[in-house]
Design a protein around this ligand. Structure first.
Ligand code: SF4
Length: 64
């Protein structure tokens, strides 16, 4: 599984970092940053998938 983020469309809502804090963070402007591109355990993978669902801008993509 691979996680990607698109900082150009991120609106800084923060759902990703709240939902999967081990996978996503936000910079000073609130824009998403990716901490782990290939989460190694199931808990991180599950929360990353949930973050992709919750992200209001479609900035988070999961490639299974
Ligand atoms: S949830 Fe989506 S829009 Fe919000 S900070 Fe994360 S990537 Fe950006």
């Amino acid at each position: 599984m691979r996680v990607t983020v698109n900082q150009d469309v991120c609106v800084g809502a923060g759902m990703c970092a709240l939902t999967a804090p081990r996978v996503f963070d936000q910079d000073e402007a609130g824009v998403v940053t990716l901490l782990v591109a290939e989460p190694g355990d199931e808990e991180a993978r599950a929360t990353a998938r949930e973050a992709a669902t919750l992200c209001p801008s479609g900035a988070v993509r999961i490639i299974e």
